[in-house]
Design a protein around this ligand. Structure first.
Ligand code: TRP
Length: 331
């Protein structure tokens, strides 16, 4: 079975953008592929090393959100990156064949240098972010990597690093991973901008139904629709984007769009309908999350088991690569 690898940085509770954009897809992949899903704490630390106080809790939150969303540790290998030491080791090995120019020219790095102001990211580790990411994937010889379009440059670097490693240490030793781009529905935040922790506009997976309604109720709509009697335009309304993701009733969707355009219904009417659908989808997820929240031993069992499984593959790969690189193997 072909292998899938993907990772998420533990930056805190996940939101509906993560659910619709990534997790729903990861869950589907579990039935057709040998999936490895990693909470990449070293990656989070590369930019957030100044304040590691939330790291441990953030890892737990991500795990809870994954499990609640349907990531199944019976099907997939779910683990924390730092638990499998071979990630760090392979990153060091790959660093040998990674020219500095590739890293300095990485468009994602350049963009982050321009945009990140509240943290000092002028450190050696952050420059090497794509090297560790390549190690994550190549350690398991994963060929399929489901990620967002924003990771395109990183995936390309992973392939280039694999190719250069093979050039020095043996053709076809490391397979070149391919990006799996899946259609990602637009899930804007409550202010209409991209949903993001840093904008404080997120609808969380762990949101209880009361606060979910409060956020939806006060969410911005088509800015041209000021009064109840003003007609609106769904295509200019962020609530409509979310409606399209969660509302599975085609007839009702048509009625809402028509009602909005003719001022036949108000924004609150539309939002109430949306809330019903969000509630329908999220209630079982929330219930599952609560169950896991109350079983911390189960969570550590899952991570221990995942690390054990991952380590087995990782050790095999590293033994092979150490030999290929001409290192003296201990006996
Ligand atoms: N860079 C990825 C992101 O920010 C996270 C990540 C780290 C990752 N290692 C990975 C994704 C390996 C896929 C495969 O989304």
């Amino acid at each position: 079975m072909e292998r899938v690898f993907s990772g998420m940085r533990p930056t805190g509770k996940l939101h509906l953008g993560h659910l619709a954009g990534a997790l729903t897809n990861w869950v589907k992949l579990q039935d057709s592929y040998d999936c490895y899903y990693s909470i990449v704490d070293w990656h989070a630390m590369m930019s957030d090393y100044e304040d590691p106080s939330m790291m441990r809790q953030n890892c737990t939150e991500v795990l809870l959100d994954w499990l609640a969303s349907g990531i199944d540790p019976e099907k997939s290998c779910v683990f924390v990156q730092s638990h499998v030491h071979e990630h760090a080791e392979l990153a060091l090995a790959l660093a040998m064949v990674t020219p500095l120019g590739w890293l300095f020219r990485n468009p994602i790095y350049k963009e982050q240098l321009r945009n990140i102001e509240n943290r000092d990211i002028q450190n050696y580790a952050f420059l090497g972010y794509p090297v560790l990411m390549a190690a994550d994937i190549l350690l398991y010889k994963a060929t399929i990597v489901p990620v967002g379009e924003d990771q395109d440059a990183h995936l390309e670097l992973s392939r280039e690093i694999a190719r250069r490693f093979n050039h020095f240490f043996g053709e076809n030793r490391l397979p070149e991973p391919q990006m799996l781009l899946t259609p990602t529905p637009k899930v804007p935040g409550t202010d209409g901008r991209k949903m993001s922790k840093s904008y404080n506009n997120s609808l969380l997976i762990s949101e209880d139904s009361g606060s979910m309604w409060e956020k939806l109720r006060t969410m911005v709509t088509d800015p041209a629709r000021i009064k109840r009697t003003d007609p609106g335009e769904p295509d200019k309304c962020p609530v409509w984007d979310i409606q399209k993701v969660f509302n599975n009733d085609q007839q009702e969707l048509l009625e809402i769009a028509e009602g909005c355009r003719t001022a036949g219904i108000g924004c609150i009417d539309c939002k109430k309908k949306l809330n019903g659908h969000v509630d329908r989808v999220m209630a079982p997820i929330l219930e599952k999350r609560r169950k896991y929240e109350n079983s911390p031993e189960l969570l550590s069992d899952i991570l221990n088991e995942g690390a054990k499984r991952a380590r087995k593959v990782a050790r095999e790969t590293m033994l092979e690569l150490r030999e290929a690189m001409g290192l003296l193997i201990e006996s």
